[in-house]
Design a protein around this ligand. Sequence first.
Ligand code: C6P
Length: 405
Amino acid sequence: MNQEDFPILNELVHGRRLVYLDNAATTQKPQVVLDAITEAYSHWNANVHRGVHHLSQVATQKHEEAREKVAQLIHAHSSEEIIFTKGTTDSLNMLARSFGDAMVKEGDEIIISQLEHHSNIVPWQMLCERKGAVLKVIPLCEDLSLDLEAFKGLLNEKTKLVSVAHVSNVLGVVNPVEEIIHLAHERGIVVCVDGAQSVPHLVMNVKQLDCDFLVFSAHKMYGPTGLGVLYGKKEWLDKLPPAEGGGEMIEHVSFEKTTYNVLPYKFEAGTPNYVGSYAFGKSIDYVQAIGLENIAKHEHALAEYIEQELNKIRQVKVYAAGKEKAGAVSFNVYRADGALIHPFDVGVLLDRQGVAVRTGHHCAEPLIDWLGVPGTVRASVGLYNTKEDVDVFISALKKAIMMLE
Ligand code: C6P
């Protein structure tokens, strides 16, 4: 699907055609996104929301059009609910600061899960330390699904917020966020969904999902690095204080008192990444022209094919085997005597054959500890990957295993 739109896929790695299967870490960029960045700096670069001059007006218009595109992408009620950030990590830190300052006090509880990325652990841990609050963790069942019975038991009148990944970046499994949101909302508890690995792979509808907050990164969806989104329901964003102070987020400033700007600017201190937002808008146009449902179907079929081919290799153990996945498959390789071959060794030998995968703890150490391994090998697909890519990867893996056994 559309490999020719991505110039980097023509690169040779160690003299081999690049087979890029590290899309969960970051995706490659289509020519339209690369062109958008050049166009912005070549033709209309100017600071936004500040100038009456022509270039500033153009830049402002393009930045705000991109915000509209993001709102449409996730089916938000309005673009006021879309806050541009530096990425998923920044969005979660902002939320933990803003929500934490306003809503969390000593003894309150925040719930996350065992399979979270560090970005959805550490900001909440820091908040708990600041406030004397308590971090609770939804445990995993043996089959690596979230233990929803245990989750119900964690919810109580002290719970202030639940923050969970929609799709695990390590296992690729789709978590039952609809049910989690329903169970939390029944008790009036707020839910944040980490959509870093779901927005690029699934059709996202925040109205249907009814999450209070959603966070994701542009770079995992064929857009630029350094840009992300914090979506929040308007009633929450209106209520919460800004996480950062500076230009842009103010209405009036005096030494006695500062009043804040309207949404979404209240949460966007400083010069925003308007070139990034414009380029992200182009990547949204690009995926929408192909169709997110078509992309999801294509990636689902590829992930299933990867799992099916991995299952045929005697030495390989796939994690969360047989579970519904969106984009990523994690595995390890074992010698005949049962000893684990270190995932780094597998990754290096795949790289020598032009295949890029991620190895290690994938910034989810508590999950990797739970699995009782030093890390995993993760193959993750994007819209440009093909069955042929998977075949190259599988044959490279077989060669690597022969060398390591
Ligand atoms: N996961 C991976 O290889 P940033 O780095 O801010 O764009 O995204 C952080 C993040 C948060 N939540 C989840 C579920 C994620 O997968 C990520 C990023 C990459 O798995 C890089 S560590």
